[in-house]
Ligand binder design. Structure first.
Ligand SMILES: [Zn+2]
Length: 416
């Protein structure tokens, strides 16, 4: 099965109610997307499966839902205020702005571009003769750091020191609640907290459909362990994440694991891997797994003045800051990968093709369809009776369609 083009998928998603362009009747808002009736079913199922597997069915996991708005000091402690940014370059000729590292990726590779320092970006663009994608000029200003957090104000008075941020990740909500969760649930190490939810990043160059958007959803776990035990636990999570990819229907030949180089590692991490998927435009990140050490807990302990330690229940004298292994799953990206993987334009005869989505039953928007052969009253009544019976007894998701020729309705079902 060959991979579909992105355009073919975007078109199916709109035609069949998976994903619509955001604010479409007003000409849209760049790179925003709305999930339609089938898209939300698919997304909910992915999220539900994930929660079931990684939270409900594990004794060592609990869930949390923290706020999108948090005290701005959280983001100072986490390093996001000072470190969470991309190198931005202005074209002096046409005044357009671009991400310097992205412009260089083709010439020096993704890994090479990721390790550039801010000072290296502009000279490198000139040395490699990278032209402005907008006007073709070669007149780059010095690169500046651009913070990716969305800023807004809390309360009724603007600009009165009430600046806050929309969260750029779900992780910090779990760190600041570490003691609340551990003590209320009387959890022993190792244990994890999971959270799913929307996060916001003011990306300079979003694109590729729902791959990079400024608002997206994460399914994230912070797994707390005793320092020194993180090695095998990291490996176990790597295996569990890989198995999840296979179970939701992604083909192993379109998946790979990429280990981050030392220079590439985030400020908090001692080891990070990405699980990458082969999208129509090339390999790109799907999931990440990081060893965050005790960076976050120790930062929050320092900045808040509150104790963030864990006390060994067998030895109350033993108090320490746990280490953290962090598996991060992009929910929106998972939905995109599943759709790409499932899409097929199947050739039937000379001039006849049909579009088929080969979705795994655990994520498919509908489990079955009831399609009465005609609109005759007794047939419809019987079908409705059957529909009610199955829905009430099984909880299955059922489509009920009486519009159009039966052959056409079969085809419509193949597409979803
Ligand atoms: Zn330009």
């Amino acid at each position: 099965m060959s991979a579909p083009t992105l355009d073919a998928l975007v078109s199916l998603c709109k035609r069949r109610g998976f994903i619509f362009p955001g604010s479409e009747i007003y000409g849209g808002l760049a790179n925003t997307w709305d999930y339609g009736p089938l898209g939300i079913e698919l997304k909910n199922r992915v999220q539900h499966e994930w929660w079931k597997r990684f939270v409900s069915q594990r004794r060592d996991m609990v869930g949390l839902e923290s706020g999108i708005l948090m005290n701005p000091k959280v983001w100072e402690a986490s390093g996001h205020v000072s470190n969470f940014g991309d190198p931005l370059v202005d074209c002096k000729k046409c005044k357009q702005r671009f991400r310097g590292d992205k412009l260089l990726e083709e010439k020096i590779g993704v890994e090479g571009a990721a390790v550039l320092t801010l000072e290296q970006v502009q000279p490198m663009l000139l040395a490699e003769k990278i032209k402005c994608p907008s006007c073709g000029g070669l007149d780059w200003a010095i690169a500046k750091k651009f913070n990716l957090m969305f800023r807004t104000q809390q309360g009724v008075i603007e600009g009165e020191g009430a600046d806050i941020y929309l969260r750029p990740e779900t992780a910090q909500g779990m760190f600041v609640n570490f003691r609340n969760v551990q003590q209320s649930m009387r959890k022993r190490l190792p244990f994890g907290i999971a959270q799913t939810g929307t996060v916001f990043r003011n990306e300079i160059t979003p694109g590729n459909f729902t791959f990079r958007t400024r608002e997206f959803q994460q399914m994230e776990i912070e797994y707390f362990v005793a320092p020194g035990t993180e090695g095998p636990i990291f490996e176990q999570w790597k295996d569990d994440m890989w198995q999840w990819c296979l179970d939701i229907g992604l083909a192993p030949e379109r998946l790979r694991i990429r280990e981050h180089t030392k220079e590439e590692l985030s400020h908090y991490s001692s080891r990070t891997i990405d699980i990458e998927y082969q999208y129509p435009w090339g390999w790109g990140e799907l999931y990440g797994l990081a060893n965050r050490s005790d960076f976050d807990l120790s930062q929050h302990q320092k900045c808040s003045g509150q104790e963030m330690t864990y006390t060994d229940p067998d030895d109350p004298m033993k108090k320490f800051l746990p280490y953290v292994i962090e598996p991060t799953f992009g929910l929106t990206r998972t939905v995109l990968a599943i759709l790409l993987e499932a899409y097929e334009d199947e050739k039937l005869k000379e001039d006849d093709t049909r579009t088929v989505l080969h979705l795994k039953p655990i994520v498919a928007p509908y489990d079955l369809a009831i399609l009465p052969l005609s609109k005759k009253e007794h047939l419809i009544a019987k079908a409705e009776e059957l529909y009610k019976k199955i829905v009430q007894s099984s909880g299955l998701h059922i489509d009920f369609d009486i519009t159009g020729r039966i052959g056409k309705r079969y085809r419509l079902q193949d597409e979803i």
